[in-house]
Ligand binder design. Structure first.
Ligand code: BGC
Length: 738
């Protein structure tokens, strides 16, 4: 026994000595050494790579991965959509689901809902939760969040974005990115830029003024880069001023990289590269998902046909393009790799935890917007009615599916009907479909196979029997609804819902509507109902959150992140006809310029049906007078505006107070008001608080096209404390003097 113990000891000593000798000969190369600064590791790895390896690392090797550098032990980068959860797995080389059994996720509410919470702390938790799930699923990059501005209610992807206001989306995007990236998982800001419609997205050329670009369409991207510190950005499919956005010199080289100092990876959308020279010179770092010539489709060699693959290599070898262009791209991909897949300190992640479910529920509850509540329609307290009719397909449709790349495979998705049954008891709920839309199908809407008339008749029968009717309708993720690849055809509710709602009201006037969508819809029946909620694609906890709000266990506090116009022509993008939306002969002019959303409604005096920032509560709030800490400010100072806010009702609740700025005598056209600050304040029944909001004076500037810079004019400015963009509660005036 003793003898063998000695032998083992001797053996280990020999082995140790040998290892030490090897190690002495070959010290850990700097790129593998965690203690080295990232830039040292990047330069070291770059210097060891062959030309072919460098080319390989800047384009895809499969639908969702890039290859790394196997010879040097540099791992692949794995990506997944985004932005509402970690998407299901795909087969290596095409768009077929892999049908794994371990790729389900928590589905979080759509980004419209997150924006409606007006709660940046929830944005941080949201990003962190997805980061954790992504990490557990071994993803290095999550393809989101999306921060394109909501310009038209027809855009098929508005549900993936954060509304119409650049300030609101900026405040929400930065914490989302930080929350996610603290897990060693990169967020990817998309779609850079001006992808404000899905119709003709892969070819439309957007013409927009510099002023609108800087004031409306870029701020959220800038915030994601500079405040969030995002590690990747995705180019959009469309063109801007005649050049594809994914290799657009002005957007990428000048603005993103030079002006904003972005040091991460600029990647394509899937198949958004179109030219090797432009891709090489105009700042594109990583090419994903390109379609190939069709002949090599699906073969491994297809990836060689990418613009940044063999064609780029050939141009470098022939001297047509300098290798330094390639090196700069490789540096960025390596930097991303060291931040993510080669970051040994990143946490392991977790998925489907009770905390994830809680976060999803909380965001859903805080995002639901109460739009109309007369005669105490809501809340519907338990026991108030014997029979509650739940009518409408959206009460049962699995809304995490469909919609394009943001589709999810949630481990569970509690439907509104399940939530209502759980809350009120099966015996009190009568359910019927009312209408049917068919399966989400990417290119075409399939008929549902159910007879529309019978569904209506059954709905009316149920409505008659019930004490109260809750209609769960809206849009869904079918093609040409809230779905990528095309826009809605009109602002009307689809699948005969308007007619159905009118008929239901006839047989039971005690009817309320819960709209589930990511876009504004027209509401011809609005004056005939007492209760209306704007809900969203709420994800895994949809039913629980919805029922909590309906029964009053949670008090609604969401505010609209976009204006709801009375009719489509009242919306800024549509007002100017086809040249402005959807474009003519391949080009569109954003004639609404800086007047997007409430900026348009206010300035043109076109009343919306419901304004941006609007949302009711089950309690009431009283605002006191607004005061500022001083009367006159310099550009580098901040205004501290304060006022009292009191919960004057008998339930705890939260109010999102908003501060809008108006300039008195601007030398250029300015919107009547612009959002510059907000705070969500939680108050117990009867509680009063002094609320203080700090606003940098510099944020009052406009973008001056003459000097190509921001300009802050000496003038008098009003700061409006408001409960929506239309409801000013108190105003304070200040002077800016430099
Ligand atoms: C979408 C992107 C998405 C990508 C990968 C594209 O069609 O526009 O948002 O991340 O596919 O699924």
């Amino acid at each position: 026994m003793k003898h063998s113990f000695l032998r083992i000891n001797t053996l280990s000593a020999v082995l140790l000595a040998m290892t030490a000798q090897v190690m002495a000969q070959e010290p850990t190369p700097p790129y593998l050494d965690d203690n080295q600064p990232i830039e040292v590791r990047v330069e070291d790895a770059l210097s060891r790579m062959t030309l072919k390896e460098k080319i390989a690392i800047i384009h895809a090797q499969s639908k969702f991965s890039s290859p790394g550098c196997p010879r040097l032990g540099i791992p692949e980068l794995w990506m997944s959509d985004g932005p509402h959860g970690v998407r299901m797995e795909f087969v290596w080389d095409n768009w077929d689901h892999a049908d794994w059994t371990n790729d389900s996720c928590t589905a979080y509410p759509a980004l419209t809902c997150l924006a409606a919470t007006f709660n940046p702390e929830l944005a941080f938790k949201y990003g962190n939760a997805i980061g954790q799930e992504a990490r557990y699923r071994e993803k290095d990059v999550i393809l989101g969040p999306g921060v394109n501005i909501y310009r038209t209610p027809l855009s098929g992807r508005n549900f993936e974005y954060m509304g119409e206001d650049p300030y609101l989306s900026s405040r929400m995007v930065a914490p989302y990115v930080k929350g996610m990236q603290q897990n060693g998982v990169a967020a990817c800001l998309k779609h850079f830029a001006l992808n404000n419609q899905e119709k003709d997205r892969d070819k439309i050329n957007v013409e927009v003024s510099d002023r609108a670009l800087y004031e409306i369409y870029l701020p959220a991207f800038k915030a994601g880069v500079q405040e969030g510190g995002v590690w990747t950005v995705m180019g959009s499919y469309n063109k801007f001023r005649g050049q594809y956005c994914s290799h657009n010199d002005l957007l990428i080289n000048q603005i993103l990289k030079k002006d904003w100092g972005f040091d991460g990876v600029m990647m394509t959308d899937w198949g958004s590269a179109h030219d090797t020279d432009e891709a090489a010179r105009n700042g594109l770092d990583l090419e994903m998902g390109s379609w190939t010539n069709g002949l090599t489709w699906g073969l491994s060699s297809a990836y060689d046909d990418y613009y940044l693959a063999q064609p780029f290599l050939k141009k470098i070898e022939s001297g047509e393009l300098p290798e330094s262009l390639l090196d700069e791209k490789v540096r960025r991909v390596l930097r991303l790799t060291f931040r993510t897949s080669m970051n040994r300190n990143r946490p392991y992640g977790c998925k489907l935890t009770p905390e994830h479910a809680e976060i999803a529920r909380k965001i859903a509850e805080e995002g639901i917007v109460l739009l109309k509540n007369e005669n105490h329609f809501f809340p519907i307290e338990k026991g108030r009615y014997q029979k509650i009719a739940v009518i409408g397909e959206n009460a049962v449709k699995q809304l995490s599916l469909g919609g394009g790349s943001s589709e999810l495979k949630p481990q569970k998705e509690i439907s509104p009907l399940e939530g209502m049954i759980e809350k009120y008891g099966k015996e009190h709920i009568l359910f019927t479909l009312g209408y049917a839309s068919g399966e989400p199908n990417y290119s075409n809407e399939l008929p549902s196979g159910l007879d529309a008339d019978s569904l209506v008749q059954e709905a009316l029968k149920v409505a008659r029997e019930a004490d109260v009717v809750l209609f769960f309708g809206g849009l869904n993720k079918n093609f040409q609804q809230d779905c990528e690849g095309d826009d809605r055809r009109s602002m009307d509710l689809p699948f005969g819902q308007n007619e159905l709602i009118e008929k239901i009201i006839q047989v039971n006037p005690n009817t309320g509507v819960i709209l589930i969508s990511g876009n504004a819809v027209s509401m011809p029946w609005l004056s005939q109902i007492d209760g209306l909620m704007q809900s969203w694609y709420l994800g895994s906890q949809a039913g629980t959150a919805t029922a909590n709000i309906i029964c009053g266990e949670a008090n609604p506090s969401g505010k609209l992140p976009f204006s709801i116009p009375v009719k489509l022509e009242d919306n800024s993008a549509h007002y100017f006809g086809a040249e402005s939306y959807p474009g003519v002969n391949g080009t569109q002019y954003y004639k609404d310029d800086i007047l997007v959303g409430y900026r348009w409604h206010d300035t043109k005096k076109i009343d919306p049906l419901f304004p941006f920032g609007y949302g009711l509560s089950y309690t009431t709030f009283q605002y006191g007078k607004a005061r500022t800490d001083k009367k006159t400010y310099r550009a580098d100072e901040s205004v501290k505006i304060s006022f009292t806010l009191k919960n004057t009702g008998d339930t705890p609740g939260a109010e999102t107070v908003q501060v809008y700025m108006s300039q008195k005598k601007p030398s250029v056209l300015r919107p009547v008001k612009e959002l510059k600050g907000f705070k969500k304040v939680f108050l117990q029944a009867g509680e009063e608080q002094v609320v203080e909001i700090e606003i940098p004076v510099r944020s009052f500037a406009f973008y001056d096209e003459q000097t190509a810079d921001w300009k802050l004019e000496n003038d008098s400015y009003s700061l409006h404390v408001a409960s929506s963009s239309k409801a000013i509660q108190a105003t304070a005036k200040i002077q800016v003097k430099n």
